[in-house]
Design a binder for this molecule. Structure first.
Ligand code: NOJ
Ligand code: CA
Length: 702
């Protein structure tokens, strides 16, 4: 690594109160440039340009601490140092098997005379694809522990961009996206969670990240954060009447944002800048800004395809609870089976048989343990113990049977938001899993956090999620978190943290107005920027009237689009979410889910536009085989696969799972056809997609 320091020369001040620029970085490809300034009031600013045109106008940086202290103004600049790095690393699993991390870095040291010269460093990392900014406090006698009250980080955009946004809710990301100009953002939320927290009003213009935007000139911008450790989630607030976004940290019940002790650092604030939408998808910026893996021997971490006792509860034909009552008369010692309980030993064996027959790695069982009569809504702290099965679930026998069939069991820990209770039980619960050979756990945090006063997106919960990742790693367990905060690339550091939900998943289609057909064309540009999602695709029985004749709910895609999601929604953990009975009726379509890989050497993003469509191809890890997926929103269109990625030396067969001629997400969602074609490198493959439709393709070398 090259490193050179330079002390700044005497500053010359311009009439606007800004000094000459303090430092400048230009990206390796010369496209992006960063300038950092201080003004005469000792305030610090940055600015980002794309081909010499501003992308982020001069924007404020700074941190407010308690009692009016902080690194806001009156600061003095110390040393500025510049360095660069170029390395290539191999993720344990991912969209590609090798990732280049190449950047230029500038560290600006700042001193606060009003705080006995306490020091803060701002680090800027400039990549070809964007910028990372982080605040750091080295260990120092003048600053030991402190409270962050506010972060002043601003993103002064150059216009009223189009944005794909969800409200900045402190507790959930489970929303559909709205597409609007930034000036039109109105979350309809003026204050929140007032029952537990009236002291923290929040604004109508607060949104969650990753925030995807497009300028009138066609530039794509994405703002998120990387490496969320010991800090609250950063949401963004649009400053009314301006095009400026300001960082809004999720508070605790006192309105405090973060309690820190030096040495300390914030997560990276990340701006992706792309001239093509596909370049946003191809970016590895978030991963590169995270720390390398802490797991020395990752051989036990395995990308996984699974089935489970799950969708049947969501469609309402079976229940999580054993007694089937929530009438308040519950008594653990006196449970009467309702006859609807899903997680029975015999039903689990059916799923194990199905998994073994069709080559799925794992079986998830929800509702196996006591407590569901009392879960969310009752706010009971000791609701679950994570070790006591219901009388009709024989843990020992299930585990013996699964092992005899070569299938892995996936544990379920719904905490019902009772997090301190979960922390008390973790070791015992993970030891039980190890005893019965469960290599993976799905956790859940439905409802308000118990004990009350914390938010899912606050610092306290950040620390819980990271602790759970570390503790499961200690036990060599893979973890999939539902209702966690949205990921920030921490799966580079903890590759056992194999997926999260943290967005509106397919389950909403079973019991609510659902996810509109555009939903899955937006997620890769928003939620998925931070890491994989357990979306749970693969629903074949699209209309809920299949279960209840008068049900109006349905999955808002065609069946072929459900297949395409295995490619377009990257995750090393993929569920085949429908019931075995529904798959047995359509084994030809199931074949795609059986064949599709969950780990990749290479991914290519052929065409994309947020909210409209995307076409992606991926090469299976270690195999000469590709898979393609394309999806569209509510509009029918044609997907184009340019086959220049195929090996020229080989003959190829494309097995194309596409919408039937008459398919339509609402009127005729289950119409599909499967076609086999000979193809070769350089061919153009064009496939019509129905409204709300998609196509999935398996390219096999002959
Ligand atoms: C919500 C989760 O997203 C879902 O997958 C799970 O089945 C329920 N909570 C119950 O834990
Ligand atoms: Ca959920």
């Amino acid at each position: 690594m090259m490193r050179y320091l330079f002390a700044m020369l005497a500053l010359s001040f311009s009439t606007t109160g800004f000094s000459q620029q303090e430092g400048e970085l230009v990206s390796f490809d010369l496209r992006l440039s960063l300038k950092v300034y201080m003004n005469t009031a000792g305030e610090i600013f940055y600015e980002l340009n794309n081909r010499e045109q501003p992308v982020i106008n001069r924007s404020r940086l700074g941190i407010k601490l308690q009692d009016g202290a902080g690194f806001v103004s009156g600061m003095k600049r110390g040393v500025v140092s510049i360095s660069e790095k170029d390395e290539t690393w191999q993720p344990v699993w991912g969209e590609e098997s090798s990732i280049r991390n190449r950047y230029k870095e500038m560290k600006v040291e700042l001193e606060q005379p009003a705080m006995r010269n306490a020091k803060m460093i701002i680090t800027f990392r400039l990549y070809n694809e964007g910028l990372g900014i982080r605040y750091e406090w080295p260990a120092q006698s003048t600053l030991n522990h402190f409270v962050v009250m506010d972060e002043l980080t601003e993103f002064a955009l150059t216009g009223d961009h189009t944005a794909w946004w969800i409200p900045g809710d402190y507790d959930t990301n489970e929303y559909t996206y709205t597409t609007s100009k930034l000036s039109e953002v109105n979350t309809g939320i003026t204050s929140r969670f007032n029952e537990i927290n009236t002291r923290v009003p929040w604004s109508e213009t607060g949104v969650q990240t990753p925030l995807m935007m497009k300028s009138d000139k066609g530039l794509y911008l994405n703002i998120h954060e990387a490496a969320l450790v010991n800090y609250p989630v950063m949401q963004l607030e649009i400053q009314k009447g301006t095009n400026t976004l300001r960082s809004h940290l999720v508070p605790n019940v006192y309105g405090d944002k973060a309690y820190l002790q030096t040495p300390a650092k914030t997560p990276w604030r990340v701006i992706n800048v792309a001239e093509k939408a596909t370049d946003i998808l191809a970016s590895r910026l978030i991963l590169n800004l995270n720390e390398p893996s802490k797991i020395k021997d990752p051989s036990w971490i395995k990308p996984t395809k699974y089935v489970g006792i799950w969708w049947e509860m969501h469609v309402g034909i079976s229940s999580w609870d054993y007694a089937g009552t929530q009438d308040g008369t519950y008594d653990r010692a006196d449970l009467k089976p309702s006859g609807k309980h899903g997680a029975t030993t015999s039903r689990t064996k059916q799923y194990i048989d199905f998994a073994a027959k069709h080559g799925f790695d794992g079986v998830l069982v929800e509702g196996w343990n006591e407590g569901w009569e009392d879960w969310f809504g009752k706010w009971k702290e000791d609701v679950f113990d994570f070790v006591t099965p219901y009388p009709d679930f024989d843990l020992k026998e299930v585990s013996r049977y699964a092992q005899s069939k070569g299938v892995k069991m996936i544990m379920h820990h719904e905490t019902s938001g009772s997090v301190t209770n979960y922390e008390r039980w973790m070791d015992t619960a993970y030891r039980l899993m190890k005893n019965y050979g469960y290599p993976a756990v799905k956790t859940g945090y439905v409802g308000k956090i118990i004990p009350r006063g914390e938010h899912h997106d606050g610092q306290w919960m950040t620390n819980h999620f990271n602790r759970a990742a570390q503790k499961t790693a200690d036990y060599r367990i893979m973890v999939n978190m539902h209702e966690s905060s949205r990921p920030t690339g921490m799966h580079r550091t903890y590759p056992n943290w194999i997926a999260c939900e943290a967005a509106r998943g397919n389950e909403f289609n079973a019991w609510s107005s659902g996810n509109p057909p555009e939903h899955e064309t937006i997620l890769p540009f928003t939620r998925l920027m931070g890491g994989p999602m357990d979306y749970t695709p693969g629903i074949f029985e699209i209309k809920m009237s299949h279960y209840k004749p008068d049900a109006k709910e349905q999955v808002h895609t065609t069946l072929a689009k459900q297949l395409a999601l295995y490619i377009t929604m990257y995750s090393p953990l993929q569920m085949a979410a429908d019931l075995p009975e529904n798959y047995e009726k359509r084994l030809d379509a199931l074949q795609f889910i059986k064949d599709v890989a969950v780990d990749w050497d290479e991914s290519k993003y052929l065409e994309a536009e947020p909210g409209d469509y995307l076409t992606i191809v991926r090469k299976s890890k270690g195999k000469n085989e590709w898979f393609g997926g394309a999806i569209t929103d509510e509009n029918a269109r044609t997907a184009t696969f340019t086959l220049d990625f195929l090996d020229k030396q080989r003959q190829w067969e494309a097995v194309v799972y596409k919408d039937g001629k008459d398919a339509h997400w609402e009127k005729n969602p289950m119409s599909y056809t499967i076609e086999r074609k000979k193809v070769k490198a350089g061919d153009l493959l064009q496939v019509p997609l129905a409204a709300g439709g998609g196509v999935a393709i398996h390219f096999r070398a002959l």
